[in-house]
Design a protein around this ligand. Sequence first.
Ligand code: PRP
Length: 211
Amino acid sequence: MDGYLNIALPKGRLGEKVYDMFEKSGYPCPSIKENNRKLIFENEELKIRFFWVKPSDVAIYVERGAADVGVAGKDILMEYKPEVYELCDLNMGKCSMCVAGKKDFVDNRNKTLRVATKFVNIAKEYYSAQGRDIDIIALNGSIELAPILSLSDVIVDIVETGTTLKENNLEVVERFMPISARLIANKSSFKFKTEIIEDITSKLQALAENL
Ligand code: PRP
């Protein structure tokens, strides 16, 4: 323990916006704006350290304490249910978890539904609540291909602008879960670094409410 607060940011456009919120909240780290491939940045005076993490990995860093706080999508939190505290909704990175299929898709409830997805647990929970039998096809990306190639009947995936579905002649069957970015904290960090984590939370929350 070096007394620093470790903050895991999701690498990419969302992460850059999130960093701006930290800066506006009084937690800047100007070197992060230098465009290089470094992954770790420190503000020695404030004793804070930011690092860029693949968005779907942020919750793992926070759960295991490699980061004290971080920003993760609600989709990842629902899928993996990491043991972390969810501190606030940052009101950005908004999208929805959806079922989507080909335009002529009609569900035949007498047949097992083939569902392609990256979000295996979310899809299982969604269909089991309806008592619907499904066959999960776990993919890692380009999920939209599955119904086009008859690998699946539907997909369960994130829809943001809807462009990917539209350009592949698919459409939303049901939107069932709103998603946005959340500030999360490691449980023991929250106990030992309560003051700074609460200060960050209240300042980010105030900014998020005015977005
Ligand atoms: C997500 C999702 C869709 C796309 C939806 O993929 O899986 O493919 O974004 O966005 P849209 O509604 O704005 O078109 P992502 O970019 O995360 O890449 P991935 O396929 O590698 O998961």
